[in-house]
Design a protein around this ligand. Sequence first.
Ligand SMILES: NC(=O)C1=CN([C@@H]2O[C@H](COP(=O)(O)OP(=O)(O)OC[C@H]3O[C@@H](n4cnc5c(N)ncnc54)[C@H](O)[C@@H]3O)[C@@H](O)[C@H]2O)C=CC1
Ligand SMILES: O=C(O)C(=O)CO
Length: 325
Amino acid sequence: MIMKVFITRVIPEAGRRLLLDAGMTLTEWKEKRSLTAEELIEQCKEHDALLSASTTINAEMLEACTNLKAIALMSVGFDNVDLDAATKAGIPVSNTPGVLSGATADTAFLLMLATSRKAFYQHKKIAKGEWGFFEPTADLGIELNGATLGVFGLGNIGIEMARKCMGAYGMKVIYHNRNRNWEAEQKLNAHYVSFEELLAQSDVLSVHTALTPETKGKFDRAAFQQMKDTAIFVNTARGGIHNEPDLINALKDGLIWGAGLDVTNPEPMDANNELLDLPNVCVLPHIGSATVQTRDAMAQLAAKNILAGLAGKELPNIINPEVYS
Ligand SMILES: NC(=O)C1=CN([C@@H]2O[C@H](COP(=O)(O)OP(=O)(O)OC[C@H]3O[C@@H](n4cnc5c(N)ncnc54)[C@H](O)[C@@H]3O)[C@@H](O)[C@H]2O)C=CC1
Ligand SMILES: O=C(O)C(=O)CO
């Protein structure tokens, strides 16, 4: 029987090929705008499986599309999906863990280093014709050698970030997590600390948890107040984990030294956002996993999950396993 897969964006050929070679019929959303909620429902009703690249999947859609045999997300994060509703609708959902950890940690590392040297600000100055002259005390950065990296969420990406920082700058690693990660602690010689200690001791604080009700708005004014005024805040996880007005004020009031963000709240960020004008800030448009190799691997993994679901098997990267009980 021919199975039909709906794909919410154009995905790398590596993933499409796996599905096509298995005899699937594909419909890709090729328009330069996101699907509306109604369009998503309309499409999903006509298909057997959904491969979703950062589309909101709400209860209404899931209740309307119980025909779906699998939803494969092309992401690790699943805060855009109503997982309880998916389970209630009997639809298995998968994500793409692991394959994007290196690329996303590279992005966190890039933001840390670029922020520490005000790199994006300097680039903008040149573009505006403001190369200037040699001023021994102007626009200085800070060095990272021997600094303390604080990881909030020592999972796949947090571990990769810690490795890179240790290798490049001999950074000391401390972390705070829901649960202690004993294995990573041993491998990285990382020290578990309370959230308050993480705030107080980090020279660079890098966020790597999922966005959940517990982490939403976790980095607010009260948190920034407890950080060093020389600290760099890096967030490549989700914009909702920091409170943006509080972050702007923390930077302007000198509570912290700088910020590097791959994720904002909302996305896309408004072009007039104050953060874009601050010298010690570097912002990227959510490109954590955006390399050729990583996007190929993500598309392939998502495709493998779809194929398993359509063959009546458990999705290898299932995130709502209770759907099978
Ligand atoms: N910027 C980008 O393009 C990308 C962003 N991400 C984001 O990064 C997040 C992390 O990804 P992975 O490292 O692969 O996930 P992971 O599940 O391997 O690691 C997350 C860690 O956070 C910990 N954690 C969860 N809730 C916590 C809490 N309330 N307090 C303290 N620790 C908590 C978990 O125990 C786990 O160790 C994803 O959820 C996603 O939102 C992921 C990939 C790319
Ligand atoms: O995987 C994720 O969660 C992302 O944000 C995009 O790769």
